[in-house]
Design a protein around this ligand. Structure first.
Ligand code: ZN
Ligand code: ZN
Length: 111
């Protein structure tokens, strides 16, 4: 049985995380987060999601980054980073407008 390097618990379901070439063994994600997750430079919480990195400093979210004067960062960034499948499921306003025009009855002048 392996032993959690943080709390010392001996457990048969420990797991290993390799970070920056160094191996770590934990008995729980909570121990792994406590030992390895970066902390937000502004509010001090643990960064478990993607977080934000600016000027070599980590923040938990764009709000905390903006409070430290980082203005370029947005959590809801727009651009070509979203999967194409999302766009095909929900029609855009432009697509709906095209559909409406195609369903119009023929002009009266043809009758
Ligand atoms: Zn532990
Ligand atoms: Zn924060």
């Amino acid at each position: 049985m392996a032993q959690c390097e943080l709390c010392g618990n001996e457990y048969d379901k420990t797991f290993e995380i390799v970070m920056a070439g160094k191996s770590h063994v934990f008995d729980s994600f909570e121990c792994a987060i406590t030992a390895l997750a970066p902390t937000c430079s502004y509010c001090g919480c643990r960064i478990i999601g993607h977080g934000v990195e600016a000027n070599g400093v980590f923040y938990c979210c764009a709000h905390c980054a903006s409070k430290e004067g980082i203005q370029e960062v947005r959590d809801r960034a727009t651009g070509g980073q979203r999967p194409a499948a999302q766009g095909s499921q929900a029609p855009t306003l432009t697509d709906m407008a095209v559909d409406v025009s195609q369903n119009e009855p023929p002009p009266l002048s043809k009758l």
